[in-house]
Design a protein. Structure first.
Length: 449
């Protein structure tokens, strides 16, 4: 490097700014409580919101969270009054028992198709927010009596009576880390629900894990209080083995939390009324289809979090994601993700106008474009169209007439995000980013490397 700093020089001159008029109208769709959080925030900022939910009413979005609202005051405060606030807000129009069918178009001009009351509708919107629950992928053993997933456990739990599916819970074991992804939502549920059952009903609780996730708010305090109350924690290397006997469920495993010179201790927990097993969560097929159609990548089963600095943001301009579709989170973390995603969307569509530096976008040389559709297919922002505007194409010579124009790719500057994906993948090298032309990059490399 010869002691020189490797920093690209910003081109001289005043940027050319173009003001784009944006209607402050968005569609929020999903069955996760985060959909209500995003709708409430956007409407409070003056944005018109169309809320599409598959449940009969907004309370239906909170059903899986009801037990957690009992044991966690923060969750109760964050979600408890949401349905009432959303229902009373004149900026929010709710379509209950409605299902999202398709999303097409681009930032500032999305067309959202949905089915409501058996009829298909089309809604125009400038932006889209998605907040869906993930679905539990139930194992073959999940239908065995005495064993349930966390999702099934919360759905059937009555904390007023200390019963699950009308059956008293006197001894319960929570098995964490069955899903190999680094998820902390189940740790929070096990510790906080277990602590509640232990204190109120004297339920014998056991929590089995590989690594207990303690990065939730006050989780370390809850963990300490759980230990003090008599909840037993075990650490395993291999998943426990579950059996069913006439006396209840039984778990067998090697406890590695305190390895003696002889090795791990073999532990058997018997006469369990219920074993709650952390399930693998997956996106619904309908949502996967919509995400694929919008060219929003799914990595390791979810949309995010690919970069913690860009919470809720997707590669598709004007589309944000919260809820489990972003990543399975404890409900309070889901609130923060939903608010960050809603703020990102507000900055795109909520101000009425949007300033574009058109010197930061991609540009096509139509004389080199081979209309191979590579850029059209890979652009995550739908910013590229094929139009008959190009001069004589160097790849098309036979039978060409003098003065003819040819089809070539054209970049819609209003929606281009300047990511450079099209420029990097164009086989004809017909596209470059205006902000850093090829010649400027080469001059930099020659002078600094």
């Amino acid at each position: 490097m010869s002691g020189k700093q490797a920093v690209l020089r910003i081109p001289e001159g005043t940027p050319e700014i173009k003001e784009i008029v944006i209607r402050p109208e968005v569609v929020v769709a999903g069955d996760h409580p985060a959909a209500l959080v995003m709708s409430d925030y956007l409407a409070s900022m003056g944005v018109s919101v169309i809320l599409i939910i598959p449940t009969e009413n907004m309370d239906g979005c909170l059903v899986p969270m009801k037990p957690l609202m009992t044991v966690d005051e923060d969750i109760r405060g964050a979600y408890g009054l949401l349905p009432e606030r959303v229902e009373k807000n004149p900026k929010i129009t709710v379509f209950p028992q409605a299902h999202l069918v398709d999303i097409s178009g681009w930032w500032g001009n999305f067309t959202v198709r949905l089915i409501s009351n058996g009829e298909e509708r089309e809604i125009q919107a400038s932006g889209v927010a998605l907040a869906y629950r993930m679905l539990p992928e139930i194992s073959k053993q999940s239908d065995e009596e005495g064993r349930a997933s966390f999702t099934e456990f919360l759905a059937g739990l009555d904390l007023e009576k200390g019963v699950w599916n009308a059956k008293p819970i006197k001894r319960v074991a929570f098995v964490l880390d069955a899903d190999k992804r680094d998820e902390k939502w189940a740790s929070g549920i096990a510790v906080r629900v277990g602590l509640y059952l232990k204190k109120r009903f004297k339920t014998e609780c056991y929590i089995l894990c590989q690594d207990l996730k303690a990065s939730l708010d006050d989780m370390e305090g809850d963990y300490r209080r759980a230990r003090e109350s008599g909840i037993l924690f075990f650490k395993f290397r291999d998943l426990p083995r579950f059996y069913r006997s006439e006396w209840g469920g039984r778990l067998e495993f090697e406890d590695t939390s305190a390895i003696s010179p002889a090795g791990p201790s073999n532990v058997t927990l018997e006469e369990l009324d219920l074993v709650v097993w952390q399930e693998h969560l997956i996106l619904g097929e309908d949502l996967i289809t919509i995400l694929n159609h919008m060219k929003i990548p799914i990595e390791e089963g979810t949309v995010g979090p690919l970069n913690p600095q860009f919470i809720g943001r997707t590669p598709k301009m004007g589309v944000v994601v919260g809820g489990d579709a972003w990543f399975p989170e404890y409900p309070m973390d889901a609130v923060m993700t939903a608010l960050a995603a809603a703020e990102e969307l507000y900055q795109r569509v909520g101000l009425g106008t949007y300033a574009i530096d058109i010197d930061r976008v991609a540009e096509v040389d139509p004389s080199k474009c081979a209309t191979c559709l590579t850029c059209f297919r890979i652009c995550p922002h739908d910013s590229i169209r094929i139009e008959r505007y190009g001069e004589r194409n160097v790849y098309i010579t036979k039978g060409a007439k003098e003065g003819s124009t040819w089809e070539a790719a054209r970049v819609k500057v209003e929606t281009c995000n300047g990511c450079g994906l099209c420029a990097s993948e164009c086989p004809a090298k017909a596209i470059q980013l205006i902000y850093y032309p090829d010649i400027e990059v080469m001059e930099f490399l020659e002078g600094n490397l």
